[in-house]
Design a binder for this molecule. Structure first.
Ligand SMILES: Nc1ncnc2c1ncn2[C@@H]1O[C@H](COP(=O)(O)OP(=O)(O)OP(=O)(O)O)[C@@H](O)[C@H]1O
Length: 252
């Protein structure tokens, strides 16, 4: 097994004059539960999109389990499951059809796909909505069905952009259990999140990114250095604003 599940090497991306990701290198150890945190617009989605073959970088490369995602996309993607942020699903399919389609697309046997699809619908608490069109799903249901499509082929590495956003607490706890179990049996998970408390409790490692630049990476304990992750995060990304607030919003 490659000791580095995701090796991000000097990735860079600019949109017009805006530098979204500025020469970021990051090593995600195999078997880790890796959190990626940063303020809004920090470049997390852009970096993960480049590292998973969704967005072509201006410079740099990314190796998934030792395979260059842009040089050998098919081989690299075989070992990878991705929950992308804001990418549209084929939402005229039902949830059951979408997960099934995702498994068949990966070249899996139909019977195995059917078995895993039912398992995934059950653990995502979507069994009774499996025959509903995805376009009619709520935001949280869409997130959960997208997660199911990312997991059906049992990849070695799961890259999940904001997997808990819009998901109810019971479903989130179920998903956390599944991911913990997956990691304890050798899988690697990368999650981006804004919830510091969750990352501190759930992850073994964390990277902090702000304004396209990597500010810190390491084990959660190394990065937080005796403080809470939230306090450390505020230190690293420049602290809280000291503006005067919105006095016109005070109604009395
Ligand atoms: N397709 C695009 N065209 C132009 N600018 C873009 C594009 N995608 C991202 N950006 C810009 O790049 C920067 C990084 O955006 P990105 O979505 O990667 O941030 P993020 O860390 O995922 O933010 P959030 O936590 O709010 O989801 C932002 O300034 C954003 O406006």
């Amino acid at each position: 097994m490659n000791p580095i599940a995701l090796d991000i090497r000097a990735l860079a991306k600019q949109f017009g004059a805006k530098v979204a990701v500025n020469n970021v290198s990051l090593q995600v150890p195999a078997g880790s539960f890796y959190g990626l945190v940063g303020p809004n617009g920090a470049g997390k989605t852009t970096m993960l999109s480049m590292a998973t073959g969704l967005l072509r970088p201006d410079a740099g490369s990314a190796l998934v389990n030792g395979i260059d995602i842009w040089a050998e996309p098919q081989a690299a993607k075989r070992t990878l499951g991705v929950l992308a942020d804001g990418v549209r699903q084929f939402d005229r399919l039902t949830g059951r059809q979408l997960v099934t389609y995702s498994g068949l697309l990966r070249g899996m046997e139909r019977e195995e796909v059917a078995r895993r699809t039912e398992d995934l619908l059950r653990v995502m608490d979507l069994a009774s909505d499996g025959d509903k069109l995805v376009v009619d799903y709520s935001a949280g249901m869409t997130k959960k069905i997208s997660l199911a499509t990312a997991m059906i082929h049992s990849p070695k590495l799961l890259v999940l952009d904001e997997p808990f956003e819009a998901v109810d607490p019971v479903s989130a706890a179920n998903i956390r259990d599944i991911l913990n179990d997956y990691v304890s049996f050798g899988g690697t998970v990368i999650v981006s999140s804004h919830v510091m408390d969750l990352v501190q409790r759930m992850c073994t490692h964390v990277a902090v990114i702000a304004a396209g630049v990597l500010k810190a990476q390491g084990t959660v304990d190394e990065v937080r250095g005796g403080k809470s992750l939230e306090e450390r995060f505020v230190d690293l990304v420049g602290g809280r604003g000291t503006n005067e607030g919105l006095s016109w919003l005070h109604t009395s």
